[in-house]
Design a binder for this molecule. Structure first.
Ligand code: IPD
Ligand code: CA
Ligand code: CA
Length: 266
């Protein structure tokens, strides 16, 4: 029942993003920082989702990117109303609504919906992952140089000194190519259905990956931090088809050690 409810609200939320984007006169856009944008659609979609969840499950907690934490019991709904707001504002198709449901901090259900592409990725703990209702699985590629990876640069948005550029420079020559969709939730969902072999990023927040992490693992993939441990957010994440994970850990952890070693000498 919870999964049907989750599907209903995420599909409606996706439609809302399309309606807002067609708005005559354009979207109202604010800046959380110089490059971190938020629109009236982000806020309206989150308000809609919070309202629906509070009505259906009044005792549940909610953690939304735009409205923060709303009390709750063992259950918590982790919401990114529009993951990929920059893509959304620029009229690109690669953005998504992302909702992860946790029980005592453990992911039990997830949905990522890309409205322009009309692709709904779902997962339930222990029951696999689907794309528009059809089962999905990660790719079987085990060779890094034949792998297509994705990443993001939120760290650059915040002008962070410790950022993704050295990692990007180290990895790019060792892989087939890179894709930058602008939505971490879409990137993670693409690993789950075999369109990407891997993803890494620094400085992601819980709502960026709450849904995508479960979709990857339920599709047979692996998600860790750069050292191969449990992801701690905001922090670093590696998500892969499992077959190239150790190679990614080796490159990223070695690069991190060099960067921090060099910083230690400053
Ligand atoms: C962003 C997207 C982007 C990632 C950033 C996220 P937002 O989410 O997921 O792909 O690189 O780190 O912040 O801000 O559009 O919800
Ligand atoms: Ca996000
Ligand atoms: Ca967002």
């Amino acid at each position: 029942m919870m999964n049907e409810f989750l599907r209903d609200i995420i599909l409606r939320a996706g439609q809302m993003t399309l309606e807002f984007r067609r708005k005559v006169g354009g979207l109202a856009v604010d800046r959380k920082s110089k490059k971190d944008l938020v629109t009236e659609a982000d806020r309206a979609v989150e308000d809609y989702l919070v309202g629906q969840i509070q009505r259906k499950y009044p005792s549940h907690g909610i953690f939304g990117e735009e409205t923060g934490k709303h009390g709750g019991d063992e259950f918590c709904w982790v919401i990114d109303p529009i993951d990929g707001t920059t893509s959304y504002i620029h009229g690109q198709p690669f953005y998504s609504v992302s909702i992860g449901v946790q029980q005592n901090g453990r992911a039990i259900a997830a949905a990522v919906y890309a409205p322009v592409l009309d692709e709904l990725f779902e997962a339930q703990a222990g029951k696999g992952a689907t794309l528009n209702g059809e089962p999905i699985g990660v790719s079987k590629e085990s060779c890094l140089e034949d792998s297509l990876l994705a990443t993001g640069f939120a760290c650059m948005r915040d002008n962070q000194v410790y950022n993704n550029l050295p990692f990007f420079q180290r990895i790019l020559p060792q892989i087939r190519d890179i894709r930058r969709t602008g939505s971490a939730a879409v990137d993670l969902s693409y690993i789950a259905c075999g369109r990407l072999e891997g993803f890494w990023e620094l400085n992601l927040k819980p709502y960026d990956i709450a849904a995508g992490e479960l979709i990857v693992t339920e599709a047979g993939g692996r998600v860790t931090d750069f050292a191969g441990g449990v992801v701690g957010l905001p922090g670093e994440i590696i998500a892969t088809n499992g077959h190239i994970h150790d190679a990614m850990i080796a490159i990223l952890s070695q690069t991190k050690a060099q960067i921090l070693g060099e910083k230690g000498k400053e």
